[in-house]
Design a protein around this ligand. Structure first.
Ligand SMILES: Cc1cc2nc3c(=O)[nH]c(=O)nc-3n(C[C@H](O)[C@H](O)[C@H](O)COP(=O)(O)O)c2cc1C
Length: 226
């Protein structure tokens, strides 16, 4: 058993109310400008920017502090090409055969299909793996808890960091995604692929679907009401 050790909360700074208001206003306005982009420029993005975004993702809270995530950041054109080929094959199968009509109807306004050129065009693909277990040095498998919630939060931080850096991203979830373990050599007995985040600059001609975000009243309620 490891001993508990506690430190003073040295990282906390209280903000005056007006600064609090301004910062939360700015943060919300900044996030309102984030959009998923499906047309990428091939302009390179320096690796140190991606490293910082990943460090930001790694600050996410996680069940029992198990930090059950692993990120593979790919700029290698040959690996990106293999991922594109495998993803398009999975998506052809999905759109052509497996997708229920209801799912296809939900995707229609987004104009998505089985073609994924951005998997090669974008300078970075970040494959996110969810670690269901870790392996101790004695070979014993240790179960992780609340992995979906933890990795979802980490990816949220990652997307926000990419956006803050002035880049764009696409949350891509080809179905099934097992090919990512094969191509990237990740252990299938411990991990499952969670998501593929496409990161870069938008193509200058990029367009996005005209969709609306729900209002505050539609997504939240307060008790007491006012
Ligand atoms: C878990 C998850 C999976 C997604 N999978 C895909 C995908 O495979 N392909 C795609 O083009 N967009 C995908 N998206 C992007 C959504 O379509 C997009 O977030 C949504 O339409 C809202 O648009 P916005 O991100 O611009 O606000 C996914 C988003 C999430 C959160």
């Amino acid at each position: 058993m490891t001993e508990s050790r506690f430190l003073p909360l040295a990282t906390y700074t209280e903000l005056p109310p007006e600064v609090m208001q301004r910062r939360v206003d700015d943060f919300e306005a900044q996030l309102q400008r984030r959009r998923s982009v499906r047309q990428f420029s091939n302009r390179p993005v320096p690796r140190n920017i991606i490293e910082k975004c990943l460090l930001a993702a790694g600050t996410a809270p996680s069940g029992a502090n198990q930090q059950p995530w692993h990120f593979v950041a790919i700029s290698d054109p040959a690996i990106k090409a293999r991922i594109r080929t495998a993803a398009e094959a999975a998506e052809r199968e999905f759109y052509g055969r497996r997708a229920p009509q209801e799912w296809k109807d939900a995707l229609k306004p987004l104009g998505t299909d089985e073609r994924k050129p951005y998997l090669e065009t974008a300078p970075w693909l970040i494959a996110v793996f969810l670690q269901r277990y870790s392996r101790q040095s004695n070979g014993r498998k240790v179960k992780h808890y609340y992995t979906d919630e933890s990795v979802g939060i980490a990816v949220g931080f990652l997307i926000a960091a990419v956006h803050t850096a002035g880049l764009v991203s696409l949350t891509h979830t080809p179905s099934p995604m097992g090919f990512l373990c094969d191509i990237l050599g990740r252990p299938k007995d411990l991990e499952r692929p969670y998501m593929l985040l496409v990161v870069g600059y938008p193509d200058p001609q990029a367009s996005v679907p005209d969709i609306q975000r729900k209002s505050l009243a539609a997504i939240a309620e307060f008790l007491p009401p006012a």
